[in-house]
Ligand binder design. Structure first.
Ligand code: G3I
Length: 305
């Protein structure tokens, strides 16, 4: 293939990008998006604060702009994210206990129902585990509603949209030796054993000097896959430049191709200037939209080079 999306498709996979609705009027941005990518993830537009700014009042206009663009151009959509401790509207931040639990379930149900049939995969729960060596759940208002909040969210999502793949998504879960990775693994194993509806694990894979691409990444991908779930690389970006950045991107693509159940890769933005990282050059296109060495390395890897 000559583009990321086409080359990934030849391998039975997708190649996606995080997209911001307000950039869909930028011709350079849309030109690259339509040429290179066959999957999109709304970067912020499907989050709780964006979709339910007042309790019970749902607003999907910005998310719809992205979903409609995707559908008109034959792209899949990854939904992001139904239940998360961050980016909650103020009213939810002020809830606790059964009122918060009920609001969370209603939110998952309403959003997943609205997009029923249009979402390839949902990040049902995002970033629920703590960093560091504890392997514990992250403390949050949602966690304080009871340890079963994650499986409750997954069951609500399944009931609302039975055909979407339901993912657990997190960061710092790339290195197989990390306690956080093992904790997520144990949760997924437990969910599979007990019939909690989970189909996929998202590895965000935000790599930088503090958390670089780990040499055991392929082991992480294949270990999750062996539990009977798909694995998706959901928010890839790699700080750096030149050959070393290109090599890391190549390694990620090769690792995904080596694991049958690694079904797709999403980069978290298109141009370096689109990145959430205030400084740095972590993406595949420079600020002018030119292909970087990291782009060429990724495309080569997808083409088996
Ligand atoms: O839309 C408002 C705007 O009205 C306001 O004037 C402006 C001033 O701060 O803020 C704008 O909202 C910002 C929003 O991005 C849209 O640009 C928020 O402040 C800002 O916090 C938000 O950042 C997003 C961040 O998630 C929020 O947690 C980033 O764009 C987005 O890339 C980032 O994505 C996360 C994933 O969802 C989960 N994994 C990690 C990843 C990177 O942090």
């Amino acid at each position: 293939g000559t583009t990321l999306g086409a080359s990934a498709a030849e391998k039975g996979r997708y190649f996606g990008a995080a997209v911001a609705a307000h950039k869909l009027s930028d011709a350079t941005y849309v030109g690259i998006l339509n040429r290179e990518f066959n999957s999109v993830t709304p970067e912020n537009e499907m989050k709780w604060d964006a979709t339910e700014p007042s309790q019970g009042q749902f607003t999907f206009a910005n998310a719809d702009r992205i979903v409609n663009h995707a559908r008109a151009n034959g792209m899949q959509v990854r939904g992001h994210a139904l239940a998360w401790h961050s980016q909650q509207p103020g009213w939810a931040q002020n809830l606790s206990g059964s009122a918060l639990r009920q609001a969370m379930v209603n939110h998952v149900t309403q959003v997943a129902t609205y997009y029923r049939g249009k979402i390839h995969s949902w990040d049902v729960v995002n970033e629920a585990f703590a960093d560091g060596g504890s392997g514990a759940r992250r403390d949050s208002n949602l966690q304080r509603t009871g340890n079963d909040w994650i499986e409750v969210a997954f069951r609500a999502a399944r009931a609302a949209d039975p055909t979407a793949k339901l993912c657990y998504n997190d960061y710092n879960t790339d290195d197989w030796s990390h306690a956080k990775t093992q904790a997520v693994y144990n949760m997924v194993r437990d969910f599979k054993a007990r019939g909690v509806p989970i189909d996929c694990v998202g590895l965000q894979s935000h790599f930088n000097s503090a958390s670089p691409y780990p040499g055991n990444y392929r082991t992480t991908l294949s270990s999750f896959a062996a539990l009977g779930v798909d694995v998706q690389i959901t928010e890839l970006d790699i700080e750096g430049s030149g050959d070393s950045q290109a090599t890391a991107y190549r390694n990620v693509a090769n690792d995904c191709l080596a694991v049958a159940r690694c079904t797709g890769i999403t980069v978290w933005g298109i141009r370096d200037t689109d990145s959430w990282r205030a400084s740095g050059t972590p993406l595949l296109f420079d600020g002018s939209g030119n292909k970087k060495p990291a782009y060429t390395a990724t495309l080569d890897a997808l083409n088996g080079g």
